[in-house]
Ligand binder design. Structure first.
Ligand SMILES: Nc1ncnc2c1ncn2[C@@H]1O[C@H](COP(=O)(O)OP(=O)(O)OP(=O)(O)O)[C@@H](O)[C@H]1O
Length: 262
């Protein structure tokens, strides 16, 4: 197991946004988090890396390598983020500053994480951009000179630079056309196979869940109401809300069998 979340609660004053969620994510696992809009998926994922806004508080525990990272000092968390836990945000614009080029962003990130040799940093940057389908002409561009989908791909390249243990992807492919989305998800799958990283994948797209997930957790009103393997959850859902989600995608069971066979 790479991450063990126990009774994680996120509150905004008196209001409970995430309510005692417990989950375990194994090394190399593709873990899909699905469910109602506003059910707390983003807040849960941000609490893991201590990224919640100052008006929100988190309690419970998030164990990574034997320690509760929820109570780690901020400076240590900055080091952990990127190498141990990396994020691809739903709002990818937030990953970029308008007055730095794509290369400057990535170079600064690598320097912060101790990659000292300039030549090595440059080749890592080119390789990461190429892996998301952006050629070297993109390195000198500023964020506003990229389309939404290209910028999202650059943010994914940034997140993958240090080959993290856990990648948290929050609706990472929403801005992409279906071919680009498939390319990115295949890339994440490759990375997962190559490095054994775990992926916490937040999505509303059941096609992606069915194709890529190993395990699924369903959230509703701040709680995880059901969790299990993809096969179990799609073929034998127990909770009425999970059944509703699956009924909204009526061809799913057949697809799961097809994907399982391929
Ligand atoms: N900074 C914040 N301060 C207070 N409440 C917040 C804040 N950010 C989000 N919320 C609230 O927390 C709840 C959970 O939001 P969250 O973004 O985690 O939902 P989600 O499941 O990711 O939704 P979606 O699928 O629509 O992205 C919502 O009711 C939202 O309004």
């Amino acid at each position: 197991m790479i991450l063990s979340i126990k009774d994680l609660t996120v509150s905004h004053g008196e209001k409970t946004i995430v309510d005692k969620v417990s989950l375990t994510i194994d090394k190399g696992e593709w873990f899909a988090l699905v469910g109602q809009s506003g059910s707390g998926k983003t807040m849960l994922s941000q609490a893991i890396g201590q990224l919640l806004g100052p008006n929100l508080s988190a309690s419970g525990s998030v164990n990574y390598q034997g320690a509760n990272i929820l109570v780690r000092p901020k400076t240590e968390m900055n080091e952990l983020r990127g190498k141990a836990i990396s994020y691809i945000f739903q709002d990818y614009h937030g990953s970029f500053t308008p007055f730095l080029t794509i290369q400057q962003h990535m170079d600064e990130y690598l320097q912060t994480h101790g990659v000292k040799e300039k030549q090595k940093r440059n080749s890592m940057i080119i390789e990461a951009l190429e892996s998301v389908g952006l050629d070297d002409s993109f390195v000198k561009r500023y964020p506003f000179q990229l389309s939404g989908g290209q910028l999202q791909r650059a943010s994914i390249a940034l997140a993958l630079l240090l080959e993290p243990d856990i990648l948290i992807a929050d609706e990472a492919t929403t801005a992409l056309d279906s071919v680009s989305a498939h390319r990115i998800l295949s890339l994440l799958q490759e990375l997962q196979q190559k490095t054994g990283c775990a992926i916490l994948f937040i999505t509303h797209d059941w096609r992606h869940v069915v194709r890529y997930a190993d395990k699924i957790a369903v959230m509703k009103d701040g709680k995880v109401i059901e969790t299990g393997t993809k096969q179990k959850l799609v073929h034998q859902p127990e909770h009425a809300y999970t059944k509703q989600l699956i009924q909204a995608a009526p061809t799913l069971p057949m697809r799961v069998r097809e994907v399982s066979k391929s």
